[in-house]
Design a protein around this ligand. Structure first.
Ligand code: F6P
Length: 324
């Protein structure tokens, strides 16, 4: 390997910059050239490249978002698009590619590897934590802290007005963010796609906690949860079937993806970037680097995408006990 390209693709996540920095510096350390690709696979197809050295990534370890920008590319899903990308990489003499993103990003990388036998390595970057083969994706820890901070603030107003708040958090189809912030933010109930509580049991449980002396409540709802058609219909149902609470909805949205990465995400990104570069140098390809039992390990991209990132059952039990 003589020249590695790095890109970020899909939804941005805090820690992506720290990972770019790590890839660039690991290349410099091993005396390999490094090229940044703008806007993910879009930039790969357009040849939007920038030569990078150790100094090009100064002052970014603490920055949210991604300096290389990101995109969700439709054209890369076509054979013609991938052919263009391959030709651009060849023209530049690039012989290895590090992609930072989630399952869509990894699917693209895997197909690209199969078609052109091009060495690829994935770094998991998404706040959703929905990737198999790593206990943490980049950005997950930061997003948890951001959301807990928001819930603490919502609680101030909930308790001042004796209100019931439904707080919707991101996570796409999985409930990792909801479950963790629900416990950390002291939520009365946590609604996640992995567990179907049902509307009646929700109302029962809220009534019970009201009777036990609670004057305000917070229910954390994962965006992928199917209990109500959407969180506003859920509010209407509870409004109609429960007395004594003023009910409000707060959808946190994209603020969950922003902000300075936590210390944990910065360290994880630094470790993952080094491992990605060194694995390519060793001749490994088509893997994702991940954190397993506090070690950075490789998982085939195929498994990372298709394997299920399971919800922690112990956390579920703890959350049940805490809402007593
Ligand atoms: O995958 C990250 C994520 O923020 C999800 O939690 C959310 O469902 C989705 O991206 C939102 O996507 P977009 O930024 O395209 O609206």
């Amino acid at each position: 390997i003589k020249k590695i390209a790095v890109l970020t693709s899909g939804g941005d996540a805090p820690g992506m910059n720290a990972a770019i920095r790590s890839v660039v510096r690991a290349c410099a350390y091993h005396k390999i050239e490094c090229v940044g690709v703008y806007r993910g696979y879009e930039g790969l197809m357009e040849g939007d490249f920038k030569q990078m050295n150790a100094r090009s990534v100064k002052g970014i370890i603490n920055k949210g978002g991604t300096i290389l920008k990101s995109a969700r590319s439709l054209e890369f899903k076509t054979k013609e698009g991938r052919q263009l990308a391959f030709e651009n990489l060849q023209k530049e003499g690039i012989d290895g590619l590090v992609v930072i993103g989630g399952d869509g990003t990894f699917t693209g990388a895997m197909i690209f590897n199969q078609e052109f036998n091009f060495p690829v390595m994935g770094i998991p970057g998404t706040i959703d934590n929905d990737i198999f083969g790593t206990s943490h994706t980049l950005g997950f820890d930061t997003a948890l802290n951001t959301v807990v901070d928001a819930i603490d603030k919502i609680r101030d107003t909930a308790s001042s007005h004796n209100r019931l708040f439904f707080v919707e958090v991101m996570g796409r189809d999985v409930g990792h963010i909801a479950l963790n912030v629900g416990i950390a933010g002291g939520a009365e109930e946590i609604l996640i796609p992995e567990e179907d509580l049902g509307l009646d049991r929700l109302v029962e449980s809220l009534n019970r906690s009201k009777k036990s002396g609670k004057s305000s409540s917070i229910v954390v709802v994962a965006e992928g949860d199917k209990i109500g058609k959407n969180i506003f219909e859920l509010k209407d149902y509870v409004d109609e079937n429960m007395e004594g609470y003023d009910v409000r909805v707060s959808v946190l949205g994209h603020m969950q993806r922003g902000g300075a990465p936590s210390c944990f995400d910065r360290v994880l990104a630094s470790r993952m970037g080094v491992k990605a570069v060194e694995s390519l140098i060793e001749g490994q390809t088509n893997y994702m680097v991940g954190l397993l039992n506090n070690k950075i390990e490789l998982t085939p991209l195929d498994n990372a995408i298709k394997g299920k990132s399971k919800i922690n059952l112990e956390l579920l039990r703890v959350s049940d006990i805490m809402s007593t």
